[in-house]
Ligand binder design. Structure first.
Ligand code: GLC
Length: 678
């Protein structure tokens, strides 16, 4: 059951697609302290658990910290980071008494601060900075059969926000990426080495190096002489290119994308509502398409044709929080301040002041308050509004622009699309990756704990940069992270230009990486099938244990094991020099050990057990009475064959969803094949 409450005149966010009548009574749980600005408080008991918030650090249980919904460019995020790249305002409060378990969604374009028992252990305080909010309270349905309250509430939420994006089948294959593939030859080398080393691969990402002077929808023809020919050549080996597109458009006379944007007033404006707002990103001074406007989205979406004409069907959208190194204003302020330090004897105080100046231009709130976007309000009014009041919608609206454009450019094919910034609503148009992490063990742990929240909020197609974007990935970290990446829908090895070169063939234990990738391809039809079912049925592909075993208090406590699809339980190793771990089994299960491209099964009993997990193996578990099909490993998604398979687990059969991997007409009827034990 869902109740909607309206507070203030909201900006239309398009997060919710189902029309619901607003209720006039008092909010069902907690209480509204202020209407404008909105502030809601709720008293928890000692055992209340909080799930959700999508892309956020710390545990699966979010209790005990202050989070801020504010799309941020936060490289090297850590436990103290309040905001990530996405803003996802959905939570479930799990109370001991079932009737009190409820979901709550704050539908707003504004910044939201969630104090989840931080200032006071049992008090939740949610405050919305601006522009009004629609609050949705979701309680479990009575007639839900055996479904847990957590799964049921999530399903209802997902129904009102609309079906999650489904990538093409090839988007589930392994992606190799690096900021630093500078030429056609670099790209060909990656493929050559993968083939030589028998390392399966489906795509290679192009970072900003392929562009001419970092200009969107341009190609540096000195380095990429013929992108169309290159993408054709790679496709002969079943491999596709995935170029990056950034939010900022280089300000340069004669550059057609900039000229069109300027002439048609498509860019975000300064507060005078007339002058284009200018800020620095990769190409230097840039303007930002006002993605909140449908005409601007349509224009920008069409621009992808430059690349689709070259045979490209996959993209990643970046820097769309939007990230800004400086604005014209903040840069000149900083330069003026630097002047004042000239000739001074910098003592401790003044030296600290000095160091602050250089950081004073990067992604600053004062800059987000210096420009505006044109939006429509719930009362029909259309007007400019200061950017900081709608900041969280910007990146998601860029994803929408790309998705709608690609839909028209490639009417018969689903395309691959993922973004860095996001808001709920964007999950209908694309996936996300979780931004610039580091080659650290605790960033692997962070991903494990973050994915269930993202799934609750509809971002089923997600994953982190495997092995970390920055810093130096050791071989052991890479092996463990790849072993975990086997189970994430987006599986991409990406790195920064100054990070260690971590293409898999550059490590010593290439055979271990080969075996891991063979597992990914052996499971690919299962991953795809479970993913599509989860999207169609508004379910989560990745869940905390407590969602499946709600009655089991131990399961509810577990924060480092995951359920993957219908049949798999995972207990990843995420600590260095550990070659096994204690696993909690809420029921009897089958242990599967994958090594050298083959697997062996054995039984494990309900309860706690220390399970050995050597570095050369990937270990996972199959739920009681379930079966997981493993197919012949192969080199890429186009050579996957589903006629011969083996079932792991003690279940009798598995219902495999299959289609051509591209169709936009997604439905389960008539597409399910029963795979039974033979
Ligand atoms: C951003 C992205 C990163 C990319 C880099 C260069 O930092 O998050 O993935 O490699 O920009 O484009």
């Amino acid at each position: 059951m869902i109740s909607k409450y309206e507070f203030g005149n909201t900006v239309i966010t398009d997060c919710v697609v189902e029309k619901l009548e607003a209720s006039s009574g008092d909010i069902k749980f907690g209480f509204v302290e202020h209407k404008e600005p909105f502030c809601w408080t709720y008293k928890m008991d000692d055992k209340t658990k909080i799930f959700g918030l999508g892309e956020a650090v710390r545990g699966m249980d979010k209790r005990g910290f202050v989070y801020e919904s504010w799309c941020s460019d936060v490289p090297g995020q850590h436990e103290g980071t309040k905001s990530m790249y996405g803003a996802h305002n959905f939570l479930i409060f799990k109370e001991k008494v079932e009737n009190f378990t409820f979901g709550i969604f704050f539908d707003t374009a504004s910044k939201v601060i969630f104090d989840l028992g931080f200032e006071k252990t049992n008090i939740v305080n949610v405050s919305v900075a601006d522009t009004g909010v629609n609050v949705y309270i979701i309680t479990p349905e009575k007639n839900r059969g055996k479904e847990s309250a957590l799964v049921n509430i999530t399903r209802q939420f997902r129904r009102i926000i609309g079906q999650s994006y489904i990538p093409p089948f090839w988007g589930f294959g392994f992606q190799q990426s690096r900021w630093g593939y500078k030429t056609e030859a670099d790209v060909k080398e990656v493929l050559k080495k993968h083939i030589e080393n028998k390392l399966p691969i489906d795509s290679i990402c192009l970072d900003i190096d392929y562009m001419d002077s970092y200009k969107d929808f341009s190609i540096d023809e000195n380095k990429f002489k013929n992108l169309g020919a290159l993408s054709k050549e790679l496709l002969n080996d079943g491999v596709r290119l995935i170029p990056i597109i950034d939010a900022g458009v280089k300000l340069e006379d004669g550059y057609s994308v900039y000229e069109e944007g300027r002439e048609n007033n498509y860019f975000c404006k300064k507060l005078d509502e007339k002058t284009d707002y200018v800020a620095g990103v990769w190409p230097g001074r840039s303007c930002f398409p006002d993605f909140l406007r449908s005409d601007v989205r349509e224009w920008f979406g069409k621009k992808y044709q430059k690349l689709t004409d070259n045979g490209i069907e996959g993209f990643w959208n970046d820097m769309n929080e939007p990230a800004m190194f400086y604005s014209d204003e903040s840069l000149s302020e900083a330069l003026e301040q630097f002047e004042t330090f000239k000739g001074q004897n910098l003592d401790i105080q003044s030296f600290f002041e000095f160091t602050k100046v250089s950081g004073s231009t990067f992604n600053q709130m004062k800059d987000y308050k210096r420009f505006c976007n044109k939006v429509t309000f719930a009362n029909g009014e259309e007007k400019y509004i200061r950017h900081d009041k709608i900041h969280n919608l910007f990146g998601g609206k860029m994803t929408q622009a790309a998705s709608e454009g690609l839909d028209k450019l490639l009417p018969d094919h689903r395309t691959l699309l993922y973004s860095r910034a996001s808001c709920i609503g964007a999950h209908r148009y694309g996936g996300i990756w979780t931004g610039d992490n580091n080659a650290r063990w605790n960033h692997l742990e962070q991903e494990i704990k973050m994915l269930p929240g993202l799934n609750m909020c509809g971002f089923l197609y997600s994953g982190a940069d495997i092995g970390g974007f920055s810093e130096l990935a050791g071989e052991d970290l890479m092996i463990r992270w790849m072993g975990f990446g086997v189970f994430t829908p987006l599986m991409r090895n990406h790195a920064a230009w100054d990070a260690r070169e971590k293409e898999l063939y550059k490590f010593e234990k290439v055979d271990v990486f080969r075996s891991i990738l063979q597992l990914r391809y052996s499971l690919l039809p299962y991953i795809y099938s479970e993913f599509v079912k989860a999207s169609v049925k508004n379910e989560m592909f990745i869940r905390p244990l407590g969602f499946d075993f709600e009655e089991d208090e131990r399961a509810m406590e577990i924060q480092d094991q995951l359920m993957i699809g219908d049949g798999i339980m995972l207990a990843p190793v995420y600590k260095q020099n550990e070659y096994g771990r204690t696993v909690y089994f809420p029921e009897n299960m089958t242990k599967v050990v994958w090594k050298n491209g083959k697997f062996e099964c054995s039984k494990v009993r309900k309860g706690d057990l220390y399970v050995k997990m050597p570095l050369d193996s990937v270990v996972f578990f199959v739920r009681n009475k379930k079966a997981v099909p493993l197919f012949e490993p192969c080199n890429n998604s186009s050579s996957v064959k589903t006629d011969s398979y083996k079932l792991a687990g003690n279940g009798k059969s598995y219902e495999l969803y299959e289609d051509d991997g591209f169709t936009k007409d997604i439905h389960l009827e008539g597409r399910i094949r029963n795979l039974s034990r033979r």
